[in-house]
Design a binder for this molecule. Structure first.
Ligand code: M6R
Length: 542
């Protein structure tokens, strides 16, 4: 029996004193906790007045002492009484020397799943943590308190009611969490993209009808056809997928589309009202800001949808309908295969709604054919990995990068910059190519290279002009362009070619080229790849 926690430092610096597990004074009770105890100062003062002393600066240690103060021989009841005094979020696991065969776990707001193994029980904040050991999982709900022994589990609510939750079988294969010969999960996941896209599309396209068939939206399709207002809400990479989705929804449907950063939307007065559709995009389905923004949207009467990778995650459960990525677990902190999968699914959602309205069958058939070409087109980009590595190595000494793109390529530029900065810690900014002259271009000189997304679309000529502006300021250029475009090679210092497709689909393989560029840049700099500093895979606190 054991507990552990790779801690995200929310209170106090990352130090041994502040590291989990935290204990009561005698060391008989230990706990790990993910989340934030908001009233920890008040509780700390109350406990201090009763003689408790603290050895860390964390909010978590307070809970250890609080449970100790409530303990009278029954660990489950002590945990419940203590947690009733706590406000904030927690996924926590407690062990006690006098209960050597028992763990007690509880959650509110932070993810927690129970794995039912063969003669063993596992509890974690993410199923990927125990996938090697079991594929049977019980999704715990807010305010569940579970008492676990090797053979069984019993779940009560904090209000002391017994609840039954069935174990569910998860689809992910155990080897999905192995490196399978790759040096890093990020590289493995980049190379998994042809398969991830195939899985996203599988059974969801009707080529003869030029339409997508998304089973997860069937129950709400009539309401979607009536809708005029779509709000997409997400964070980080999922937000950039949402930005890409907006362009595609605007092209294929008549919806008014807004894209919101979840941490901003949750505190804003928005236009969301009954009849609005709010779509959360989230790999983990556990991002605290996205969950909170969705709850707000639900209060305003919106139809809540999810585009989520982790089956059974909180967002998949608080939304009325949605679509899963079916991309398998993503372990590397930098999101790669899920980004391209999200983009493809957004195209399918827009295609479905567009075809239910004005979009013609011929246009629909062309889009289906374009989507079906994506796995092999991504594979063609992956074949250039060595070439992209040499470019990344050639630029490894630069400390600043600009990424530019227009229209469908603009979100890809933002995502390319995020990939580079999060794993290689160099300064990288994305901007709409047309915005360059409104400020960004001031930074350009021979030490400030630009990555230009310049695949062939209606804005191509304008992007080319931007590249000339960069050249005239001695800026170096790495271009991502459509195969066969020879003109661009006269302007750019390096060109990565991606296969031709519909204008709004070409950016998807282009995004893969930028993932490889970021990966090899970070390797060339000797950076930690899968767990970059200061970042967590699932951001389950605000
Ligand atoms: O699980 P989510 O998609 O909700 O996560 C949102 C962001 O935290 C995430 O996309 C983050 O930006 C990426 N790990 C960056 O690569």
């Amino acid at each position: 029996m054991g507990i552990g926690h790779t801690r995200w430092a929310t209170h106090g610096k990352p130090s041994e004193e502040n590291a989990h597990p935290h204990a009561n004074a005698s060391g008989t009770l230990m706990l790990v906790h993910n989340g934030i105890i908001e009233n920890y100062q008040t509780l700390r003062h109350q406990l201090a007045a009763r003689g408790y002393t603290f050895s860390s600066e964390t909010d978590t240690e307070v809970v250890a002492h609080l449970i100790d103060a409530e303990y009278d021989g029954d660990l489950v009841q002590a945990v419940k009484r203590a947690l009733r005094k706590v406000s904030g979020t927690f996924g926590l696991v407690v062990m006690h020397a006098r209960h050597p065969e028992q763990l007690v776990a509880a959650r509110r707001g932070s993810p927690m799943v129970l794995g039912v193994g063969n003669g063993e029980m596992l509890v974690a904040s993410d199923v990927a943590a125990f996938l090697r050991l079991t594929d049977k999982v019980v999704y715990l709900e807010d305010d569940d308190v579970v008492s676990i022994t090797r053979q069984e589990f019993v779940i009560d609510t904090l209000a002391d009611e017994r609840v039954e939750r069935q174990a569910q079988q998860i689809e992910w294969q155990p080897d999905a969490v192995e490196l399978n010969g790759y040096p890093h999960y990020m590289l493995k996941e980049i190379f998994e993209q042809p398969e991830a896209i195939t899985n996203a599309l599988r059974g969801r396209l009707l080529p003869g009808e030029g339409i997508a068939n998304l089973g997860g939206l069937r129950s709400v399709l009539d309401r979607l056809k009536e809708a005029h207002h779509l709000v997409i809400v997400s964070c980080g990479t999922s937000y950039y997928a949402g930005l890409y989705g907006r362009y595609v929804f605007e092209k294929l449907t008549d919806l008014i589309v807004e894209v919101e950063v979840a941490s901003e939307m949750r505190y804003r007065k928005t236009n969301i009202r009954p009849g609005s559709v709010v779509l959360a995009i989230s790999q983990s389905g556990e991002t605290a800001d996205t969950i909170a923004a969705m709850r707000e949207a639900g209060r305003k009467g919106a139809l809540l949808l999810g585009l989520v990778n982790v089956v059974g995650s909180t967002i998949s459960r608080i939304t009325e309908a949605g679509v899963y990525n079916h991309a398998g677990p993503e372990i590397g902190v930098a999101s790669t295969k899920i980004f391209t999968s999200q983009c493809c699914i957004l195209v399918m959602m827009a295609l479905l709604l567009g075809r239910c309205k004005h979009l013609s069958i011929t246009d629909g058939m062309e889009i289906v054919a374009g989507l079906e070409r994506l796995p092999e087109q991504i594979a063609a980009v992956l074949k250039q990995a060595d070439y992209i590595r040499t470019i990344a190595e050639a630029y490894a000494r630069y400390r600043n990068f600009l990424f530019i793109g227009r229209k469908y390529n603009y979100p890809i530029a933002l995502e390319g910059a995020l990939k580079l900065k999060e794993i290689s810690y160099v300064h990288a900014e994305g901007c709409a190519a047309g915005e360059m002259k409104h400020g960004f271009i001031a930074m350009i000189d021979e030490n400030f290279p630009t990555v230009c997304l310049a695949t062939k679309d209606t804005t191509y000529e304008k992007t080319l002009s931007n590249m000339l502006e960069i050249k005239s300021r001695n800026g170096k250029i790495i271009a991502v362009a459509t195969e066969g475009d020879e003109e661009i090679a006269h302007i750019a210092d390096h060109v990565i070619y991606t296969p031709p497709n519909l204008d709004f689909l070409q950016p998807i393989p282009a995004a893969v080229a930028l993932q490889l560029f970021a990966y090899y840049s970070a390797v060339a700099r000797g950076c930690e790849i899968d767990q970059p500093r200061n970042l967590a895979k699932s951001v389950t606190v605000e």
